[in-house]
Design a binder for this molecule. Structure first.
Ligand code: ACO
Length: 338
């Protein structure tokens, strides 16, 4: 029996933002040597959103955050902490979370970024869960946001077709012994986080940091853009997403068949299908929007979550298994009863 008295955190509200401009595979056919057929078959992506000139990462984060606050019925002034998962922040310093705090009018609470690429939202959710369960904080805003279109080489067909811009957010607070209709506790049931630095160079933006400060030569070589060894990531993604998901379910004392929804990071439909097959979960339980938004890295899971909460597909009491893997490589999972 789960300990009903144990302090637990839960997702109080969610929100997301996608820029209006749509870039289709057919648009990309005019920019690089690619085809709609190749992109759709190999990745499942048909189109992605692109942020307009002048819009910043923190702008998108704020739009998502405001919707999550409204959905949670929480005011910005009631936030105790802001965590932003991003690898495409407004600038290297200070953190994008700082601008989010300022723009949404939150008080002087701690606000910081997490650099865990596609796993950024899961890392943020897990940190928020620890603070709430430790009863140090009441309401924590967790955002996953990426403006990847600004760090892509639009002449490199191996990367530019994969990514899109967007933001998703969740407000995390205390569950206060809240139970679902079947008497089971609602809230974050388990989270798992992992990193394997031996694969660090499989996916990176190589220039602009202390290892290779930006020079004209490096700029000409596009070292300020995403470089990826896709196949290296593909293999470990299937294996690690499966093991982290299974582990999160095991720790919560459940079996995969009991899960209502799987909300996986949207990097490649083939990765999702292979990982889910291993879990032996019905394909109807797998939430997907990669066809419409592409890979939005840390924003991927909170966008997908919010879309399905708002559409009424995910209902209070449903269990949702989230899992993500990205640059680092870092990966993780979270099991939540909504
Ligand atoms: N259009 C047409 N042809 C292409 C394209 C394209 N856009 N891109 C590559 N090709 C070509 C290649 O040049 C290659 O040609 P060749 O056989 O003549 O050499 C051929 O297609 C096959 O290329 P592969 O790289 O083997 O294709 P693959 O099936 O592995 O798909 C992909 C590539 C989609 C990148 C896949 O490997 C993948 O999804 N990897 C994982 C990505 C991921 O999960 N990243 C982590 C998250 S992102 C983050 O953390 C920010």
């Amino acid at each position: 029996m789960p300990d009903l008295a144990a302090p637990r955190s839960r997702i109080l509200g969610t929100g997301h933002y996608l820029p209006e401009v749509v870039r289709t595979n057919f648009d990309l056919e005019k920019m690089v040597e690619t085809s709609d057929a190749w992109i759709t078959e190999r990745t499942g992506i048909r189109e992605r959103r692109i942020a307009p000139e002048g819009m910043t990462t923190s702008d998108m984060a704020c739009f998502a955050a405001q919707r999550a606050l409204e959905n949670a019925g929480i005011l910005a002034e009631d936030l105790d902490m802001i965590i932003v998962g991003t690898v495409t922040g407004d600038m290297p310093m200070p953190a994008t979370a700082v601008y989010v705090q300022q723009k949404i009018g939150a008080p002087h609470c701690p606000a910081f970024d997490i650099s865990a690429a596609c796993a950024g939202f899961i890392f943020g959710l897990s940190i928020a869960d620890q603070f709430i369960r430790g009863m140090a904080h009441r309401n924590i805003l967790v955002v996953g946001v990426e403006l990847l279109s600004r760090v892509l080489n639009w002449k490199d067909r191996t990367t530019c077709v994969l990514f899109g811009d967007g933001a998703g957010a969740a407000v995390v607070g205390a569950a206060n012994g809240l139970l679902a209709d079947d008497g089971k506790p609602r809230g974050i049931l388990s989270t798992r986080l992992h990193t394997d630095g031996s694969l660090a160079r499989s996916l990176m933006i190589p220039g602009g940091g202390s290892e290779s400060p930006m020079t004209h030569e490096l700029l000409e070589q596009k070292k300020n853009t995403v470089a990826m060894r896709g196949q290296d990531i593909f293999k470990v993604a299937v294996k690690n997403l499966y093991s982290a998901s299974k582990n999160a379910v095991d720790v919560a004392g459940m079996v995969p068949e009991e899960i209502d929804w799987i909300c996986p990071h949207q990097a490649n439909i083939r990765i999702i299908d292979l990982a889910v097959q291993r879990l032996h979960v019905s394909r109807e339980k797998v939430l997907v929007n990669i066809d419409r938004v592409g890979n939005t890295s840390s924003a991927s899971i909170p966008i997908l979550l919010d879309e399905n909460v708002r559409s009424g597909r995910i209902k209070p009491g449903h269990t949702v298994l989230m899992c993500a893997l990205g640059a680092g490589i870092s990966w993780g999972s979270a099991l939540v009863r909504m």
